[in-house]
Ligand binder design. Sequence first.
Ligand code: 5GP
Ligand code: ZN
Length: 134
Amino acid sequence: MENCIFCKIINKEIPCYKIYEDEYTLAFLDIAKDVDGHTLVIPKKHCTNILDADEETINHLMHTIQLVSNHYINKCGYAGINILNNNNACAEQSVMHLHFHIIPRNENDQIYVYPKFPGAKYPIEDTLKKLKIN
Ligand code: 5GP
Ligand code: ZN
């Protein structure tokens, strides 16, 4: 996809700090420098996010997310990982090419990734009525 920064990385038009690559996916370090080991995992096939991705693409992506995560824990000394994913601008997606963030974690690392939510506005039964499938 033209003008997609992650497609440009896939096509080697711009460089990346590559962690892993296979036929369908690429994992590389995020340039944010916000936390050591911040990794992005992307499909080589362009899609905007999880909402328009086909099942095969998601399966390949999940396979790589698990592979990289297990590598970080089994070979790189980390004790856990967070997996984060934003979909659409209102949910803080800034790059419109599907990607998952992997944040490697250790005990007492002083990293807090779970958002501080404002508190639910509605009774849980009303929310269930609105959201239940079927
Ligand atoms: P989002 O907010 O869309 O979930 O995350 C996009 C991520 O892409 C951000 O963490 C940002 O630092 C990262 N990013 C944006 N441009 C580049 C780039 O050119 N190279 C790399 N490695 N990461 C990028
Ligand atoms: Zn793209």
